[in-house]
Design a protein around this ligand. Structure first.
Ligand code: NCD
Ligand code: ZN
Ligand code: ZN
Ligand code: ZN
Length: 352
């Protein structure tokens, strides 16, 4: 049986350009997106150099224009000194990304004053997106309420975090949030099996945390992959960087939950297409769709992946759905395991 779905948007990916193209680049990352039924990606600024100043930001936009195969928008990164600079670029960016807790890359924002400056300066309307864990979530909620500026919480992973965000939403505060497929489908019990391939920030949490995410799906705005490719050699090395790829496995995993009666199909559409686009004010591209085949079970495997990193933390998991064909702007861009859209056939969002 074949099913037609609205094309997905993944609002949290790392495409590693500039500077770390041995992990991923705009051409391979957007190929992985199309293979996963994703036609819109918003890429994070923790590149080398990071996207925090006009020169690096415009160069990355230019590279995306040349190499992307689907819609790509770029986040700006916030630093201790760039609040005004970032605000001036707001019209060309998906949003402002602030790294408030430890993770991969050079962009951790320390201190309260810098954070205050960004909340003062950022003009919106697109959100300030935060990597915030634990108590940092409560701190940022306070700022969202004080400044009445839209805040988006990336990769919410723990029960206490989603309970706080629910309260804030009940108060009508301008907050949205995403959860990742790995926090929905894996937990810390998978760590012994996965080793470094199960390490990411925020880390895999307890079964109770995982269940709290499922229970709160109705107030969660989007599933976003946090597609964070690192090479197998890096993951097996002495200092494995945190992060796992996810673009090609999100829809098969969510649709498998539908096949198992754990999720409704309308919820998958809301969480992967309409919900994420609403947060960033994005329109669905016209004449675009994902055709999904039900059946199997098929087994998730690194074979045939388009991400340059060439591995997946979901290796060996059985799925009951796979992406057969993807159409974008009236053209078939992916079909039966082949990406048909060439580099440069995509579109850069926000920055005309
Ligand atoms: C991300 C990366 O590799 O860029 N890693 C991760 O574990 N999630 C950074 C991030 O999103 O925090
Ligand atoms: Zn410009
Ligand atoms: Zn993060
Ligand atoms: Zn990330």
């Amino acid at each position: 049986m074949v099913l037609r779905l609205p094309p997905a948007a993944d609002i949290h990916v790392h495409l590693r350009e500039p500077g770390e193209t041995h992990k991923e680049d705009f051409a391979t990352g957007t190929a992985a997106a199309l293979a996963g039924g994703v036609v819109t990606v918003l890429a994070m600024p923790n590149t080398r150099p990071p996207l925090t100043e006009p020169a690096a930001f415009h160069k990355a936009l230019q590279r995306a224009r040349q190499a992307a195969r689907c819609e790509v928008g770029l986040f700006l990164g916030g630093t201790a000194g760039n609040a005004e600079t970032a605000a001036a670029l707001a019209g060309q960016a998906a949003g402002l990304k602030l790294y408030l807790d430890a993770t991969y890359g050079p962009l951790r924002l320390e201190g309260l004053l810098a954070l205050l400056r960004h909340f003062e300066a950022w003009p919106g309307p697109r959100p300030i997106a935060v990597h915030a864990e634990g108590r940092t979530v409560a701190m940022v909620l306070g700022l969202a309420a004080l400044f009445r500026k839209p805040v988006h919480f990336c990769h919410v992973s723990r029960r206490e975090e989603i309970l706080l965000i629910r309260r804030a939403k009940e108060q009508g505060w301008p907050v949205t949030c995403e959860v990742t497929p790995h926090h929905l489908f894996l937990n810390e019990a998978d760590l012994p099996r996965l080793g470094p391939f199960g390490q990411m920030r925020p880390p895999l949490a307890s079964r109770a945390d995982q269940e709290a995410l499922w229970a709160h799906l109705p107030i969660i705005d989007a599933v976003a992959t946090d597609h964070a490719p690192h090479t197998i050699e890096e993951k097996q090395g002495p200092n494995p960087p945190p992060g796992v790829p996810g673009l090609e496995t999100m829809l098969p995993l969510l649709l498998t939950a539908v096949a198992e009666g754990r999720l409704r199909l309308e919820e998958v559409v809301r969480l992967t297409a309409t919900g994420p686009r609403r947060i960033f004010g994005l329109l669905e591209p016209p004449e675009s769709a994902v055709e999904v085949e039900w059946g199997g079970p098929w087994t998730i495997s690194r074979e045939g992946l388009f991400t340059k990193c060439g591995w997946t933390p979901f290796e060996g998991m059985p799925v009951r759905a796979r992406v057969r064909r993807v159409t974008l702007w009236g053209r078939v861009v992916f079909e039966d395991g082949r990406v048909l859209a060439p580099p440069g056939s995509g579109r850069v969002l926000f920055a005309a």
